[in-house]
Ligand binder design. Structure first.
Ligand SMILES: Nc1ncnc2c1ncn2[C@@H]1O[C@H](COP(=O)(O)OP(=O)(O)O)[C@@H](O)[C@H]1O
Ligand SMILES: [Mg+2]
Length: 258
């Protein structure tokens, strides 16, 4: 069974893209067939795996596709990356238009799901990088996913807005996707020396109970630098604490440790 994981939090800058890119890369290095779907019009996940888009088809066209899916048509949206087990469905700024254009289309909430259902048997893991909003694109992601991984930045307002996210997840469960699970909350940009980071860790563990990953992602400059080289951290500097943290997270997600 393919694991389809939405990396979501409507707050910007909490580590969604960094997590989607590096967890995908780590899973693919463990030879799990992995697809990363970039569902953010900023296209940062696309750039983060080193792909620049010219006239390639992107998620935008996939969401607006009216013809029935065929293997060839679906394959037209999937690009190879520099990692043999990692594929990408890319995004560009055009995707922002889908937020409005989808409103007038039928089956507007299930368009990503239809695409995913068609290709999921090709993969062990599908990770979806969400935009920083709770609009129709995110709804498509939550309807198409089987679980949500929620990155939470270790900073002062960390838990603000989470009630809204959890409410959106609940509404999606009630209306479109009753089996949607919470995969877990992931603490990101943790600074072990600070009291603030310690407080956030405690608060998140109180709110999410056992649904918090043991792996904690440290704040490290290498994780911030890697995207400018178009590389996941494992290809940029495999020995850095950020790389080790994402490899540990991948093991946890694969159920090999925790
Ligand atoms: N663990 C980390 N350590 C240092 N910088 C990080 C870390 N995680 C993310 N960043 C940086 O913080 C910024 C926001 O992260 P990003 O993953 O793009 O968040 P989001 O996708 O939620 O908006 C980016 O510049 C990214 O490089
Ligand atoms: Mg992002």
């Amino acid at each position: 069974m393919t694991r389809i994981i939405a990396v979501c939090n409507q707050k910007g800058g909490v580590g969604k893209t960094t997590t989607a890119v590096n967890l995908s890369a780590a899973l693919s290095m463990a030879e799990r067939r992995t697809l990363l779907i970039d569902a953010d019009p900023q296209g940062n996940a696309t750039q983060g795996v080193g792909i620049s888009i010219g006239d390639e088809a992107t998620l935008y066209e996939a969401l607006l596709e009216e013809d029935p899916w065929t293997p060839e048509r679906a394959s037209g949206y999937i690009l190879k990356t520099q990692l043999p087990f990692l594929d990408l469905v890319p995004a560009t700024h055009h995707l922002a238009g889908a937020e409005i254009e989808l409103v007038n289309l039928d089956r507007r909430e299930v368009r990503l799901k239809s695409f995913i259902q068609f290709i999921e048997n090709r993969y062990d893991f599908i990770l979806i990088d969400c935009p920083p909003s709770l609009g129709l694109i995110t709804l498509n992601v939550l309807v198409g996913a089987k679980s949500c991984l929620i990155p939470i930045q270790c900073e002062y307002y960390a838990l603000q807005g989470l009630a809204e996210l959890l409410n959106t997840i609940r509404l999606t469960q009630q209306s479109f996707n009753p089996n949607l699970q919470i995969e877990g909350a992931l603490l990101t940009m943790h600074q072990s020396s600070t009291v603030l980071s310690k407080q956030v860790v405690e608060e998140v563990r109180t709110s999410f109970h056992e649904k918090v990953f043991h792996s904690v992602i440290p704040r490290t400059i290498k994780l911030a630098e890697a995207p400018s080289f178009g590389k996941p951290i494992l290809l940029y500097d495999i020995a850095t604490p950020g790389a080790v943290a994402y490899m540990k997270l991948a093991q946890e997600v694969m159920g090999l440790s925790g």
